[in-house]
Design a protein around this ligand. Structure first.
Ligand code: MLT
Length: 322
């Protein structure tokens, strides 16, 4: 009986080890919880394309959209914890959504953090038809309208929605939110003049701002974005209370073996250290995470501290889900 138990134990321990040693033996899927062509999708594709060099397997991007990204995250929570299904997310999906929705999963205990990814400030933009030319003029225009201006978001609890609420609170204005499945389709509608404003991730809007297709008023970081130095910060433009940086990260389902998490973490760090990758990300206004914050534990601690910071504010705002 004892021999049988020892054999079973060895099978479990060494069987599991062999499985982790071979990882990855087939393609990995990163679930992006927003529409293709948006900022989350772009970052996941740029990093995934380089991660495949380290991991030796293709990285597939699957866009599972809806409900502010919470459907895509749920897909990963319920996946097999073997490292082949990875959740890409950010301050909206892995922090704010826990305060906005009654999620059928726990953002901290049902997921294993892998690595913190680049962050970017938000950018206040409008369609060119809006008459304002500066942030104070935009705020005055928003205040003096008979009806709130329409503001595109990636759904309740998304980064663009939380940023919109922050803008409302600090500027004393009211917006009428129009939810999309990501800020890629929202930006298309902004360019076309179907909606009027957005508080978007810089990485998403920057190309259209440079092309003159929409107007930018300010970025919400503490310094200007290197690739668009003509856009003032909110401090400089007269709204110093509005500071927000949207960070991203990778997670896997709880129970994923630690050495698989380590391999995924190392591949993402290799990607962020690649000069070509950095150039592409920095051109979008993205900033690399601090090098001492790249362990899975550091992401876990950061996520918990962001939950402690944002949940009381979001719950106090008593959001109505569109
Ligand atoms: C996206 O990729 O569409 C964004 O990350 C959405 C958002 O949170 O605003």
């Amino acid at each position: 009986m004892r021999t049988l138990l020892a054999a079973l134990l060895a099978l479990i321990v060494f069987g599991g080890r062999a499985h982790a040693d071979q990882f990855p033996s087939h393609p990995i899927t990163i679930v992006v919880p927003f529409a293709a062509g948006g900022p989350s999708d772009a970052m996941a594709r740029i990093l995934g394309d380089r991660m495949k060099t380290t991991l030796g397997q293709a990285i597939l991007i699957e866009n599972v959209t809806g409900a502010g990204g919470s459907i895509g995250v749920g897909r990963v929570v319920h996946a097999t914890p073997d490292g082949y299904t990875v959740s890409f997310g950010h301050l909206g999906t892995h922090v704010a959504n826990g305060a906005v929705y009654k999620l059928p999963y726990d953002l901290v205990t049902d997921l294993e953090p892998v690595v913190l990814l680049p962050s970017n400030p938000m950018i206040i933009v409008s369609t060119n038809a809006v008459p304002a030319k500066s942030l104070p003029e935009l705020i005055a225009w928003l205040k003096n309208r008979p009806q709130p201006a329409t503001a595109g978001t990636a759904g309740a609890g998304s980064g663009s929605h939380i940023a919109g609420l922050y803008f409302e609170n600090t500027a004393g204005i009211k917006l009428q939110y129009v939810p999309y499945r990501g800020t890629a389709p929202a930006l298309n509608d902004l360019v076309a003049g179907q909606i009027e404003v957005m508080v978007d991730q810089t990485a998403n809007s920057i190309t259209q701002v440079r092309a003159g297709a929409i107007r930018a008023y300010a970025v919400t970081g503490d310094k200007r974005v290197e690739s668009a130095p003509e856009i003032p910060t909110t401090d400089e433009a007269g709204l110093p209370a509005f500071h927000m940086t949207l960070w991203s990260g990778l997670w896997v389902p709880k129970g994923t073996p630690q050495d698989i998490v380590t391999k995924l973490n190392a591949a993402a760090i290799d990607a962020m250290n690649d000069s070509e990758v950095r150039k592409k990300l920095e051109n979008l206004g993205l900033q690399m995470p601090p090098t001492d914050q790249l362990t899975p534990d550091a992401l876990g601690a950061w996520q918990r501290s962001e939950i402690a910071k944002w949940w009381p504010m979001i719950k106090a705002a008593d959001l109505k889900l569109e």
